[in-house]
Ligand binder design. Structure first.
Ligand SMILES: *[C@@H]1O[C@H](CO)[C@@H](O)[C@H](O)[C@H]1NC(C)=O
Length: 304
């Protein structure tokens, strides 16, 4: 713990301006999404502490094939839904739990904090061996160290800069600024990042233009680790879905969502099939939870 605090003190002065100028250069004309900006000072001002360890289970695990999302975790949240529900007027019951949000580290600091060495991670963050948290760390590392499946493009990132750079690399490094550059967005949720359990009505659905997107999913770890993966060109589509709760003028949210239209090669054990009562080959749609950024690129893409 002290080691981290010391590391933080050394980098604190350099980090904030460095991160925002990095952002402006990499993503001109695209402000840092609020949900991500909120995580930045946490990674600079404070040591990433064990109290911030993301409460497990996290629904972020359901947006990618992590093997860590179960049907019983996903079903009550409404994170998986049918393509037919993507139209104004349709309703869905949703409940996104607010989760602990670990800090996102600046690159300089991420270089000094252990990642790949599991026992060093446990020691640095005082995570007891044999605890549930230790097993989450082990699962995250084994997923991050495993090779992608054929045709899959994915990478784990441990800092703000590596997240943006990885997305740029996946999207072809074609960030040229303005409407032709890369953009990023996150779902916009009520304060706290959760959705109170109730019935929501779809008010509007906007398709994200562009053929490829990179979605980054928060992994369980004492600081922010994203598993970022690129969608499969022609068979995946992205949307912004505006929702309003139906109770008492209810809460509103603008959620990013993806529909995967070719799931024929997905494992029949994917929790979405159990939740939706379908099988490989049928489309699967899912929302992106809080602070899970999406990157896109393309001419005149509809920016969320
Ligand atoms: C991993 O970290 C531990 C504890 O900090 C250290 O003793 C060990 O040598 C490291 N292992 C590797 C392969 O670097």
């Amino acid at each position: 713990m002290y080691r981290c605090a010391v590391v933080f003190l050394i980098v604190v002065a350099a980090c904030t301006p460095a991160m925002s100028s990095f952002w402006q250069q990499a993503l001109p004309g695209t402000p840092m999404p609020e949900a991500i900006a909120d995580l930045v000072p946490k990674g600079i001002d404070d040591a990433p502490q064990v109290e911030r360890y993301p409460a497990f289970p996290s629904i972020s695990l359901c947006g990618a094939w992590t093997g860590m999302c179960t049907a019983s975790l996903a079903a009550p949240t409404g994170i998986f839904f049918y393509e037919a529900q993507l139209r104004p007027g349709s309703t869905m019951t949703m409940s996104f739990p607010a989760e602990a949000e670990p800090p996102i580290l600046p690159h300089d600091l991420a270089e000094k904090v252990p990642f790949a060495n599991r026992s060093a991670v446990l020691t640095t963050f005082s995570i007891p061996t044999g605890s549930a948290e230790a097993s989450h760390v082990a699962k995250t590392l084994s997923l991050c160290q495993s090779l992608p499946h054929a045709g899959e493009v994915r990478v784990c990132t441990t800092s703000l800069e590596s997240t943006v750079r990885s997305a740029m690399n996946m999207l072809g490094g074609r960030s040229t600024g303005g409407d032709h550059g890369m953009w990023t967005a996150t779902s916009v949720l009520p304060a706290g990042g959760g959705l109170p359990r109730q019935l929501y009505k779809v008010q509007a659905v906007t398709k994200l233009l562009g053929d490829y997107f990179v979605g980054c999913h928060k992994m369980p770890f004492p600081y922010r680790v994203y598993q970022c993966h690129m969608t499969a060109g022609l068979t995946d589509k992205g949307y912004v879905v505006s929702l309003r709760g139906l109770v008492g003028g209810g809460p509103t949210a603008k959620l990013l969502a993806f529909c995967h239209f070719d799931t024929s090669k997905w494992s029949p054990a994917h929790p979405s099939f159990e939740v939706l009562g379908t099988h490989p080959g049928t489309p699967v749609c899912h929302f992106m939870p809080y602070a899970n950024p999406v990157f896109g690129i393309g001419k005149k893409a509809t920016k969320p």
